[in-house]
Write a protein of this length. Structure first.
Length: 324
C-alpha cells in the first residue's frame, strides 16, 4: 500500500507569529506537509517564499510547498534557483506546487503579460522543462522558446531527493500536461474544482500519463479539502459528493471520507484547509483523523491478503470496539 501523507494549508498573513505557531503545531502533531498560499499581488499577505524559508528554518522534519506558486510572476529560471536553495538549506524538505496563473487582472497589475489559458499552459510546459534542466548540477541550459529564453545558465542541484513539481491543474488540458510531465497533482480546492469532477480529473491525468509512457501510480495525488473537524454527531449526509461546500464532520466522518477518496480514487495525500486556522483543528486532523485513515487503509489492505499472508505479516484479529 502506498504510504498516505497528511498536511495543512496556511495563509501567509501579516501575523507571522501565528503562522509560525501553527507550523510548529503541525510538525509536533506529526503532519508531513504545510502548504503556503502564494498571492504576491495581495498586500495583506507576506511573500510565500520568504515565509516558507522562515518556517523551514524553524522546523526539522515537515515538508513545505507553495499552494500553488504563481508562475507568471516568478520567471522559471529564478524560481528554479529559489527552489533548489530552499531544498538545500532544508535538506530536501521543499516541493514546488506550481500553477499557470489564474487571476489575470492581478497578474497584469504587477507588470506581467496577460495570457490566454492556452498560452498560460504552454508557458507552464516550457517553465517545467527549464527548471528541470536547471536542477542538474552538470547542466548548462539554453532555451529559446515561445515565452522564455535562457542562455547558458549553469545548473544547481537541490537537496536530497530533489524537488517535485506538483501542478495545480484544473481543466482537461492542464490535467493532461500534469499527466505528461509533472511529479504530482495538487488538486484545487472544491470552489475551483467541484467534488463531482475529481474522479474524472484523476482519470484524465492517468490516461495522459499512460499515453506518455508513464506509470500513473507514480504521480502524487494531493486532495485539498476546506472544512472543519467538529465535535459531536457525525454528518447526516454523504460528504464531498458534489458542489463545493466545506466538509464539516466529526473525526469519524472525516476518516470515512478520506478513506473513500484513498480507495475509490488514487489520492495518496490529503491537505486540510481549515475554515478556522487554529491549533485544535491541526491537532484533530493530525492526531485523530490521519491515524484513523491509516488504520482503516491498513485493515483494508490486510483483508485483501490470504489468511496465511496475514499471519506471516503478523496480523491478528482485533476485538471490536466495545467487546469484552
Amino acid at each position: 500500500m502506498t504510504e498516505l501523507r497528511f498536511g495543512v494549508a496556511v495563509t501567509p498573513t501579516l501575523d507571522l507569529d501565528t503562522t509560525r505557531r501553527l507550523a510548529a503545531v503541525a510538525e509536533q502533531a506529526g503532519l508531513e506537509y504545510i502548504g503556503v498560499q502564494d498571492h504576491p499581488y495581495a498586500p495583506q499577505y507576506l511573500d510565500a517564499f520568504v515565509v516558507m524559508g522562515d518556517l523551514l528554518a524553524r522546523t526539522e522534519r515537515i515538508q513545505l510547498f507553495p499552494d500553488v506558486a504563481n508562475l507568471p510572476l516568478r520567471p522559471p529560471a529564478v524560481l528554479a534557483r529559489t527552489a533548489s536553495a530552499l531544498s538545500q538549506v532544508s535538506r530536501g524538505r521543499f516541493q514546488l506546487g506550481l500553477g499557470a496563473g489564474g487571476y489575470q487582472d492581478a497578474i497584469e497589475s504587477m507588470g506581467a503579460p496577460r495570457r490566454t489559458p492556452q498560452e498560460a499552459l504552454r508557458a507552464l510546459d516550457e517553465a517545467i522543462a527549464i527548471m528541470r534542466g536547471l536542477w542538474r548540477a552538470d547542466a548548462s541550459v539554453d532555451h529559446d522558446g515561445e515565452f522564455y529564453r535562457v542562455r547558458g545558465i549553469g545548473g544547481q542541484q537541490p537537496g536530497p531527493g530533489g524537488v517535485e513539481v506538483w501542478v495545480g491543474a484544473q481543466g482537461p488540458r492542464s490535467l493532461e500536461l500534469t499527466g505528461r510531465v509533472a511529479d504530482g497533482w495538487a488538486a484545487p480546492i472544491p470552489s475551483y474544482l467541484p467534488y463531482e469532477r475529481w474522479a474524472e480529473s484523476n482519470e484524465v491525468l492517468s490516461r495522459a500519463a499512460r499515453d506518455a509512457g508513464r506509470d500513473p501510480a507514480g504521480i502524487r495525488r494531493v486532495a485539498q479539502l476546506v472544512g472543519t473537524v467538529e465535535a459531536g454527531a457525525p454528518a447526516s449526509r454523504p460528504l464531498a459528493q458534489s458542489g463545493a461546500d466545506p466538509v464539516r464532520a466529526d473525526v469519524a466522518g472525516w476518516v470515512e471520507l478520506l478513506t473513500r477518496l484513498a480507495t475509490e480514487q488514487p489520492f495518496t495525500a490529503f491537505v486540510l484547509w481549515p475554515e478556522q486556522a487554529d491549533e485544535q483543528q491541526i491537532r484533530l486532523f493530525a492526531e485523530e483523523v490521519a491515524p484513523g485513515v491509516r488504520e482503516r487503509m491498513g485493515e483494508r489492505s490486510a483483508a485483501s491478503r490470504s489468511p496465511a499472508e496475514r499471519l506471516s505479516a503478523g496480523d491478528r484479529p482485533r476485538p471490536r470496539a466495545g467487546s469484552g
